[in-house]
Design a protein around this ligand. Structure first.
Ligand code: PSU
Ligand code: MN
Length: 298
């Protein structure tokens, strides 16, 4: 085990005994959702996993270590305190200054891979932002998906992004993308985007493809796009209006870099009167359920 990892007792036991484990990220707690819903959600996601017989490993940085598996009080401190959002390039700095950090999809993939965890569930990955042809804003999540053999379950990519460009970059980076029981790339709050992707019907097949890639030395991750359940979705047309308003505000306020995604998410929660938050919660729960089924295959 890498010396910077600190694996909690229940997660270490599960890994030692080949029991299924699912990785969960912490940026969604600290920056993706408002307090106090973020605490409830983080704890509820762990509960869903345990009920399915899968050990949840929520990941963050604390006291100079990459923590794999958190206690309730550690989750609370991530939700309440202002901790930094940590992507790949921030890991070394935050370990060296021993501060707390919430890991993005990118950083969580690196940590999960180091710990030997193969499946990771989140809400939506980061990707290519709208107008990236001018801003060059492309999430490191895409780069780490190409370099870490971890299966990521997500509700497609956040609708605040340019979904076409996001899929193009994933293709360039050689990342397999499959729609779970759909041939349509989900748009986070909406179940479909009218962009076609490859479909996959079973968790057995997901495992099979992942294992073949590993046997060939193709060490990329895999993106499983799992649509939000229809009854909780917000139609793309409604959503897009809210997103455009939030984007306008971000341009006016000159929000860029790592601040942009959290800013847009919280603006959309305000503009939608909390409806986007409710959809966000439902889709993450749905992703954890599917992630657990995949984790049980290993
Ligand atoms: N999905 C959510 N809420 C979030 C994020 C994803 O539902 O807060 C976070 C993830 O941690 C993702 C990050 O990795 O946003 C992407 O940030 P950026 O675009 O700066 O790479
Ligand atoms: Mn960015």
């Amino acid at each position: 085990m890498n010396k910077y990892l600190e694996v909690s007792k229940p997660v270490a036991e599960a890994l030692d005994n080949n029991k299924p484990v699912i990785a969960l990220e912490s940026t969604i707690i600290s920056h993706g959702m408002p307090y106090p819903q973020n605490i409830e959600v983080a704890k509820h996601l762990e509960k869903i996993a345990r009920e399915k017989g899968v050990e949840p490993a929520t990941i963050c940085l604390m006291n100079g270590k990459i923590k794999i598996g958190l206690s309730d009080s550690e989750i609370e401190s991530l939700a309440k305190d202002r901790v930094e959002k940590v992507s790949s390039r921030d890991i070394g700095r935050i370990l060296s200054n021993r501060k707390a950090g919430a890991t993005t999809v990118a950083a969580t993939m690196i940590a999960a891979n180091l710990a030997g965890i193969k499946v990771f569930a989140t809400g939506g990955i980061g990707g290519v932002h709208r107008f990236a042809e001018e801003t060059f804003d492309i999430s490191t999540d895409l780069k780490e998906l190409s370099g870490n053999p971890v299966i990521v379950v997500s509700a497609g990519a956040k609708a605040i992004l340019d979904l076409h460009k996001t899929l193009e970059v994933l293709e360039t980076f050689g990342v397999p993308v499959y729609g779970f029981r759909t041939d349509n790339f989900p748009a986070f709050y909406s179940a479909s985007s009218n962009i076609n992707i490859e479909t996959i019907d079973s968790v057995e097949m997901i495992k099979k493809i992942f294992c073949i890639n590993r046997e060939l030395g193709i060490n990329c991750g895999m993106l499983i796009a799992n649509p939000i359940p229809k009854k909780y979705e917000i139609k793309f047309e409604i959503m897009n209006d809210w997103i455009e308003k939030a984007l306008e505000r971000s341009t006016k306020m000159n929000i860029t870099g790592k601040e942009l995604t959290p800013f847009l998410l919280s603006e959309i929660v305000k503009i939608s009167n909390g409806r986007s938050l409710e959809a966000n919660i439902k889709l993450v729960e749905n992703n954890v359920r599917l992630g657990c089924e995949i984790a049980k295959q290993f």
